[in-house]
Design a protein around this ligand. Structure first.
Ligand SMILES: CC(=O)N[C@@H](CCC[C@H](N)C(=O)O)C(=O)O
Length: 386
């Protein structure tokens, strides 16, 4: 087992708690960025170079120069949070009202800092690039960074790794699979436009609450009737806004949601059917509809066969690591975009909790952090010897 150096387990837990208190939404991670810069700046700088992206100011890249590099290995963590009001009751709960690290990115950052800390003191043979990525939950931070030239010249990894925490796995366990790990997603916005009016005179209005209700139930038939049940897919409409008061018929309804599928073909099929259903509902209600679909960088997360085989073999064969072969998940990740450009592997880190990701009560077990650091550090050491 690799032992942690400067950033000990206790320090990493403390850092995770500090980060947990200051969650920030995609592209607004300024306090988080400042805290990360302070922690990274306090590490031994001998082998480190830091790079910032002028047009993505909350991103941080750190390069660790290898002693006799054969390759450059990338490691990515996401840093943003969600618009969720925390109700964990933790002493270090979010101080930013209505925003929470409800997807565990605070844990991701602590693990990445632990691995970086180790290699800042033990010069790797290969070069390493650590990418602290803004905007995973929305806004395509990975794609934005890539398009802004984050990974050019000396900063281009030959292979890329990244994790997501998983409350369903025992704390510290590593989960992975060959092939597709996560779904691709499309963000959906639908606006129905009709005619508002008095609640007492529906015959003179065109009620968009009723149109939206019809659309919401109809759209689920895409999953049950239009796609192969063995392949599966998800449509979740998480936000609905319509109307102002009980006795005014709403002339406008706005719906936001997300589509998930494990292959690009499946996502595109669901996208097309959703547009058809929206158009059909609009026709039947004599309404106008505007549908916008945006996949951005949320491509399916496809693990590279060779690198992932190597990764799984290491995790399985290391006696101190609890490895779990996992099923594909319908969670999305813009790491899918980076893996479409640079081969690599995404995997899970167990944080064992009854609450699910994106829940207001998510409380990842901090005892997962140290085994996570140890497993990743050990894997990178092993990879460098190949
Ligand atoms: C790991 C995780 O929870 N990721 C998010 C990614 C969001 C994808 C995209 N913005 C969308 O909502 O379609 C997820 O919700 O799976």
């Amino acid at each position: 087992m690799i032992t942690m150096t400067t950033l000990t387990e206790t320090k990493l837990i403390n850092i995770r708690r500090q980060l947990h208190k200051i969650p920030e939404l995609a592209l607004h991670e300024t306090e988080t960025h400042a805290l990360l810069m302070k922690i990274i700046g306090d590490l031994d700088q001998t082998y480190l170079t830091i790079k910032q992206l002028p047009n993505l100011p909350t991103a941080i890249l750190v390069r660790v120069s290898g002693s006799s590099p054969k390759r450059t290995i990338g490691y990515r963590t996401d840093i943003d949070a969600l618009p969720v009001t925390e109700s964990t009751g933790l002493s270090f709960a979010s101080e930013n009202v209505g925003v929470m690290h409800a997807c565990g990115h605070d844990v991701h950052m602590a693990v990445a800092l632990g691995v970086l800390s180790y290699f800042s003191e033990h010069q790797p043979t290969d070069n390493l690039i650590f990418f602290f990525q803004p905007a995973e939950e929305s806004e395509n931070g990975g794609k934005l960074a890539y398009e802004q030239g984050a990974f050019t010249d000396d900063w281009r990894p030959d292979e890329f790794y990244g994790l997501h925490d998983n409350p369903d796995l025992p704390a510290g366990a590593i989960g992975c699979r060959m092939g597709t790990l996560f779904a691709g997603t499309t963000e959906v916005n639908v606006d129905f436009e009709g005619q508002g009016g008095h609640a007492a005179y529906p015959q003179d209005a065109n009620d968009m609450v009723v149109a939206a209700a019809a659309f919401i139930s109809q759209v689920q038939t895409i999953i049950s009737r239009s796609i192969d049940p063995i392949e599966g897919g998800v449509i979740t409409l998480g936000k609905l806004e319509a109307g102002t008061i009980r006795n005014v018929i709403a002339g406008h309804a706005h719906i936001e949601g997300t589509i998930r599928g494990l292959t690009q073909t499946m996502i595109e099929r669901i996208d097309e059917r959703l547009k058809d259903v929206a158009a059909g509902i609009a026709r039947s209600f004599n309404a106008q509809v505007n549908v916008t679909l945006n996949q951005g960088g949320y491509l399916p997360v496809e693990n590279n066969p060779d690198l992932t085989k190597r990764f799984i073999t290491y995790m399985k064969e290391t006696p101190t690591i609890h490895f779990v072969e996992t099923e594909p998940a319908m969670t999305g990740e813009d790491f899918g975009y980076l893996l479409s450009k640079i081969p690599g592997t995404m995997f899970w880190l167990g944080v064992e909790d009854e609450s699910q990701l994106h829940s207001a009560t998510l409380t990842p077990k901090e005892s997962g952090i140290e085994p996570g650091v140890s497993a990743i550090t050990g894997f990178i050491e092993n990879r460098m010897n190949a």
